[in-house]
Design a protein around this ligand. Sequence first.
Ligand code: SF4
Ligand code: SF4
Ligand code: FES
Length: 767
Amino acid sequence: MADQAQSVTVTIDGLNVSVPKGTLLVEAAKQVNNEIPVYCYHTKLGPAGLCRICLVEIEGMPKLQIGCNTRVSDGMVVHTTSERVNEGRRAVLEFFLLNHPLDCPICDKGGECDLQDFSMAYGQGQSRLADRKASKPKAVDLGPTIVLDEERCIVCQRCVRFDDIITGERSLVVKDRGHRDIIATAADEPYHSNFSGNVTELCPVGALTSKTYRFKSRPWDLQRTQTTCTQCSVGCQLLVDVREGTVLRTMSVPTDDRISDGWLCDRGRYNIGFYDDARRLSAPLYRDSGHWMQIQWQDAVELWAQAIKDAIAAGGPQTVGVLGGGRLLNEEAFALQHVFRQLGVQNLDWRSGPQRQATPGRSGGLPTELEAAEAIVIVGQGPSETAPILDLRVRKAVLQRGAVCIAVGSRDAEPPYPCKHVATIKDAVAAVPKGAKRIALVWDGVDPQAGRELGNAFAAEPTLRYIAGEQGNARGAEAMGMHPASGPGFAFGSAAGRDFAGMVEDARAGKLHVLCIFGANPALHFPNGNAVAEALERIPFVVVSDLFMTQSAEYAKLVLPAHGLFEKFGTTLNLGGDVLPVNAALNAPQGTLSDLEMIAGLAQALGAQLPGASELAEYVIQSAAATHDLELGDERLCGATPKAALPAQAEGDGTLRVAVQSRIFAGGGTVAHDPWIEQLQPLPQAAVSPSVAQRLGLTTGDCVDLEGAGSTMHDLLIEVRAALPDDVVAVIGGLPDDPANVFGGGALVRIGNIRSAGELAGVPAAS
Ligand code: SF4
Ligand code: SF4
Ligand code: FES
């Protein structure tokens, strides 16, 4: 019920409703379950007043008004279904259909198209046009993800406005005028965006379609399941549409205001093709004398249990390690540590990449709270490539609400919104507007010293804190006790094992005999890839549970085929601290098991106890909600040891320090095994500052090698990036064909083997 002082009462089709003053008529009507038809209007985009399908009759006003851009006033009497209204809408539709093709039988939008639906409700049923319809190009390739049918477009401009208001990228435009107007990209470049798929949902007709879904199905043939995306730590709610056992598309949940704001990033939306990929593992694999052979699950579990028993009997529980990464659900992470802790194993960790901490502690903010911040301070890699939908909240705060964004020592590409670049956290404190009451701190969880410094610098201010790292259910794994120093619910003092870096050291020293890797790929993602490879070589029994033969699985003795996210039930814990439901939308392939089923089998073989389903659910809720006073860079989670000294860089010695950056489409697991999405993997890239580019005579598009620390990265495309410091080269991590972790964190490298963009294109170099 609206506040009386601020509310107005309006009568809509005979029903009285009280709404806050200033409410748009189209929104007020929803309160009485009356959906006024709209095309250009969208709740998140606001009114545009372009299409006029929302005509309504307001008593006392001589002409029909548009419901989407009329604010209600007290005593207003509105008719939305009168004869005059219907006649107005009929005329509007006749105009829209004038040149619209008769495409419904072959249009992907058929069955869920607003033009089809409103034509049925208000249209006149036949055309009065005697001339030929104007024709326009069909199936225009707009970019790597989207196809445009120009004839179907009703120029509502939702797509253009999304790209302006929500992403700030402004790459979509309306070209030409009158009946020739079309949607295009600003510079005729392909439409590239991490959020491109949203325009297909916004498009009220079949003009914008996803390449992944074209001509695949009718909506009534799809079975829909709501679940949570765990491709990153945001936890967007997701609708999974399945037909005959295949995921055909995913859609956003428009009412998910708390987390996704009704959007999805392209990773969450499009990375669905791997479920049916022929490379998927479908039976346990055992490596004997260098050869892989398929074995039965029972044999696999027995071999695994025996290896653990033998290792513990020979050298104690410290010879066993477990790495359980962000693909695990809360229940799986809890069960994993629970079983191994019963055996005395303390070497437990979720940190298979550079991220060290996932839980921000007491003042952790919700995604929705971030958009109300007046100042946002970003330390480390920003969320654009690690938690994309959180990045949209940053954009909303800055572009729509005037927040100030400050990035400290950023290595990221320039964002599509105003952002102050500063060198130190002290500079960031000075850059926060005086009197700003809501300050948000966004940290990537990688450098604990930077995290501590950030927390301390703003200790006196009320802040909202976010850790936007690169692993999906990292916060869940951390809270469930997959940590060498903390049991479930941050029970510090109950554990004292080795973190994964310590396990790598132990392995290289021949002290680790069994390593169990669940849902993680440290060979590709851990900062020192060469050390991990050497460690994995030396461990006698490595077990990997995964969907594919990953870079880490190549070293295993035993590989266990696992269920994917859409094939299991459970919960996840997102970066805002919400426990979110995961629901199976697919039957898993024969021969695979969920990680929980594998852990249960192991527990049985080892005589360890596992809580029953309801008890496990209770433990998960308790552990996720445990009150704790964690700080950013908390020493209890990250360790107190300062970072190992980086190799010294003498001024002018021509070396550059490697900064590894995440990208949403880089990775060796589901991305690399999704035939369609593989093409979205970025090419290896080396970003340098303008002065480094000038010194070496480089321009964007040139191709180079990086050499240093005994390794080489080949064929990287140069990008000249304005905000980069002069001593840094930023490279993309997680690319299977050119892994950036060959150098180890912070290594010094030189740029060599320079080939100019012109040379590569076959243009002879100027003499
Ligand atoms: S392509 Fe779709 S969303 Fe974009 S203007 Fe045309 S009809 Fe509207
Ligand atoms: S932002 Fe993260 S959780 Fe949301 S759709 Fe993208 S990958 Fe999934
Ligand atoms: S929805 Fe009102 S003018 Fe388009």
